[in-house]
Design a protein around this ligand. Structure first.
Ligand SMILES: [Zn+2]
Length: 68
């Protein structure tokens, strides 16, 4: 858990402005997640894929209700 936090801090560092998020690779998925092990992804029947926050928002995904 500590190492995951460290990776998230690296992604959010000023040198790297691209934030990666995780989405369920399903046509019905409408949420994006900051954590790959989020409980909101645990019932995903498809693959979990990583994309940039920008791409997730462009495809009209909204932040997972567990992480707001
Ligand atoms: Zn989530």
């Amino acid at each position: 858990m500590k190492s995951l936090l460290f990776i998230l801090l690296l992604f959010n560092s000023p040198r790297c402005t691209t934030t990666m998020v995780y989405v369920c690779n399903s046509p019905n998925a409408t949420r994006y997640h900051y954590k790959a092990d989020c409980r909101g992804l645990s019932n995903c029947q498809h693959r979990v894929i990583a994309m940039t926050l920008e791409d997730a928002q462009k495809s009209n995904k909204t932040l997972c209700k567990w992480e707001q």
